[in-house]
Design a protein around this ligand. Structure first.
Ligand code: ZN
Length: 202
């Protein structure tokens, strides 16, 4: 697809990027831009920014019939409620920090969420974050993220930043997930069990 037929917003982003490119690549960020949470040092090279792809390819789990999350039994989860299910993902995704994923029972995106689940969403987000911070010793902050570019079944990530590891603050944590070795299985299991117990206690 040509830039001329792009919607205004991506066209503006792309035009600004193309104008800033040197020899087909954006300049690497300076140390000041990288700040104190980025896990790599200069000299970095920015990968070429590829042309837009429209229409975008389908995400995984696009329909309820083909969705892996919809097929999972409640017994696969640490905790469930009428509209939500919480999974421990630390070991399965080999994360270097405690991680949890909150799934809706309803298949679909946030904008499609039915009203009873919308009403439960706020209390559930608070309850899960509270359980993580209270049940696992040494959590500095819980990063709560909704991306949705992978699975089309609505889900949130809860990533528990170890207290004192300041380089893992903010967006730095997602970069460090590519670098940190996985948490030992026994540590991951103990954290998951503690959070499940805390949520079950209400
Ligand atoms: Zn689904």
């Amino acid at each position: 697809m040509t830039t001329e037929s792009l919607p205004d917003y991506p066209a503006a982003v792309l035009a600004a990027a193309r104008a800033a490119e040197l020899a087909g690549r954006l300049p690497a960020p300076t140390a000041e831009v990288l700040g104190d949470v980025f896990p790599y040092e200069a000299d970095l090279t920015v990968v070429p920014l590829e042309p837009p792809v429209l229409p975008e390819p389908d995400r995984a789990d696009l329909t309820a019939e083909s969705c892996g999350s919809c097929r999972r039994q409640d017994s696969d989860f640490l905790w469930t409620s009428e509209h939500f299910r919480l999974a421990g993902i630390t070991s399965r995704m080999r994360l270097g920090v405690h991680g949890f994923m909150l799934w809706t029972r309803q298949h679909g995106d946030l904008t499609e969420l039915a009203e009873p689940a919308v009403a439960e969403l706020g209390p559930v987000l608070v309850a899960v974050e509270r359980a993580i911070t209270e049940a696992i010793d040494g959590v500095g902050r819980v990063h709560l993220i909704r991306w949705g570019d992978g699975s089309a079944h609505l889900h949130w990530w809860f990533l528990a930043r170890p207290v004192g590891l300041l380089q893992l603050r903010g967006t730095g944590l997602t970069g460090w997930l590519d670098v940190l070795p996985p948490l030992p299985d026994e540590v991951a299991a103990a954290g998951a069990a503690a959070v499940a117990d805390r949520l079950a206690a209400g």
